[in-house]
Design a protein around this ligand. Structure first.
Ligand SMILES: Cc1cc2nc3c(=O)[nH]c(=O)nc-3n(C[C@H](O)[C@H](O)[C@H](O)COP(=O)(O)OP(=O)(O)OC[C@H]3O[C@@H](n4cnc5c(N)ncnc54)[C@H](O)[C@@H]3O)c2cc1C
Length: 456
């Protein structure tokens, strides 16, 4: 039968696309179904567009501060948001074309349309029913909006709309001080917009090391971002030309006004339309946790032959985690061992300075009752950081007190998101502080700070 596959993948985000390429390498007849744009959230509404805009924001901020560096003409500088959109869209198109080419060259069939799972072995796209040995759900996630009064008002937006703005708002209120909220705060503060962040937890970037949260709040605060923590938003209303966001902070009723209000309050799994009345009850009874699909370590769901990866599952919502799970799922389906170790997933924030973390933090060690030693190097002593005029930053390494084996690292400095991989490799390979202290680091570089932190 022509329409019979070894594997049908639903969703062409980073998880689905990497799974498809890997499956094709194993010789599995693979099709990938995508209802929107190839590349998923990551390429179209997530990682790539935010980092493209952050790149512009970084250059703009540096150029504005350029007088000291011998660059003049600052009064002429401005952000052309429409041109930035064109630039961003060009990048997305290039990457979409590249990904399409990669998948087709690997022999993956790309099918446009919305997929409905009929049963373990059948998937429907429009009116066509495709037969398959295995199904991989990689349908990702969508922004979740707080169910509060005023959340549907025009001007209350999610990251999806923020990434298509063709003007810079004068003021922006961001609800949620997680990674997405803080990246948008960094972008719009750089563009000259007045930014207020309202976070219900006791600090921004609550999943990161305390020192990182504190430093970021301090740095952005100094640049003019208004950050409110332990603050619970109660409603949004229209107040003339602006939106008013009411919140409670330390028992007080407060309000913040913005031309736009960004809801950066997490993401929910995208399963809409995947299961319908046509779906076999066995599939509809798949085990979920708060709507997110539960899988085993091979990425298989409670329904044999149906696998799930990435944001739609109850795992980590990051592009590289989705890709790794995708490759491992393809290996499992082909009867192979996992190809990627899931033990140490790095977490990154692309603010300025960048933030990156892998493995244990001193806070998580404390919670686990584990004794650790911490080596820290302030980047104010790093020549490259000084000559590029970086804000305060540091490299922190967590190690075992007896063996000095590296257990984790947290970086807050320029190029942190690139340098973190050295620590992932060190932890995975069981290296000790002396192993990374004894190698030669080129001078002057940011990574000299790694040697300094390890060698103290
Ligand atoms: C603003 C923002 C910034 C981010 N920045 C980063 C970052 O810097 N680094 C990082 O690691 N992560 C980042 N993320 C998270 C990252 O984008 C996601 O973790 C990642 O995209 C998840 O990949 P996925 O393959 O699981 O799903 P997705 O990328 O969401 O892709 C799922 C695809 O499935 C399709 N689909 C859904 N249902 C169906 C159906 N029924 N039929 C056919 N197709 C379907 C969707 O259209 C979509 O294209 C960011 C997210 C956002 C929102």
């Amino acid at each position: 039968m022509e329409n019979k596959y070894d594997l049908i993948i639903i969703g062409a985000g980073p998880g689905g696309a990497d799974a498809a390429e890997e499956a094709a390498k194993y010789g599995l007849k693979t099709a990938i179904i995508e209802k929107s744009h190839i590349g998923g959230t990551c390429l179209n509404r997530g990682c790539i567009p935010t980092k493209t805009i952050l790149h512009t924001a970084g250059i703009y901020r540096e150029a504005k501060a350029g007088k000291e560096l011998g660059i003049s003409g600052q009064s002429q500088l401005c952000i052309d948001a429409a041109a930035l959109q064109d630039h961003k869209n060009q990048i997305l198109e290039n990457l979409q074309a590249g990904l399409t080419f990669t998948l087709e060259r690997a022999g993956v069939e790309i099918i446009k349309g919305a997929a409905v799972i009929i049963d373990r072995h059948h998937v429907k796209v429009d009116s066509a029913v495709l037969e398959t040995e295995n199904i991989l759900i990689a349908s990702g996630s969508v922004p979740s909006v707080l169910p509060i009064e005023g959340s549907q008002l025009p001007g209350v937006v999610t990251s999806d709309e923020m990434l298509s703005l063709t003007h810079v708002p004068e003021s922006l209120v961001i609800i949620g001080g997680g990674v997405i909220g803080m990246e948008f705060a960094a972008i719009y503060e750089s563009f000259g917009c007045h930014v207020t962040v309202i976070e219900s937890l006791k600090r921004v970037l609550c999943n990161f090391d305390k020192e990182i949260s504190r430093n970021l709040s301090m740095i952005l605060g100094k640049r003019g971002v208004d950050i409110h923590t332990n603050a619970k938003v109660t409603g949004i209303s229209q107040a003339g030309n602006v939106l008013r966001c009411a919140y409670e902070e330390e028992g007080q009723s407060c309000q913040a006004e913005g031309e736009l209000i960004l809801m950066a309050t997490g993401r929910r799994p995208c399963t809409e339309g995947l299961f319908t009345d046509e779906t076999d009850p066995e599939v509809r009874a798949m085990n979920l946790a708060k709507g997110r699909i539960i899988t085993d370590s091979r990425q298989e769901t409670s329904v044999p032959g149906i696998y799930a990866i990435g944001d739609v599952t109850d795992g980590i919502q990051l592009a590289h985690a989705a890709s790794a799970e995708g490759k491992n799922a393809a290996a499992a389906i082909a009867g192979k061992k996992p190809v990627i170790s899931m033990d140490y997933v790095p977490f990154c924030v692309y603010t300025d300075p960048e933030i990156a973390s892998v493995g244990m933090t001193s806070d998580s060690a404390k919670e686990a009752g584990k004794k650790v030693i911490t080596r820290k190097y302030p980047m104010s002593g790093n020549g490259k950081s000084v000559l590029t005029m970086q804000d305060r930053g540091f490299i922190k390494i967590i190690a075992d007190p007896q063996t000095e084996k590296i257990l984790g690292a947290q970086l807050m400095c320029a190029r942190a998101t690139d340098m973190i991989t050295q620590f992932s490799q060190a932890i995975e390979a069981g290296l000790c502080l002396c192993d990374i202290a004894k190698i030669i680091y080129p001078h002057p570089t940011f990574c000299e700070g790694i040697g300094k932190a390890a060698g103290k």
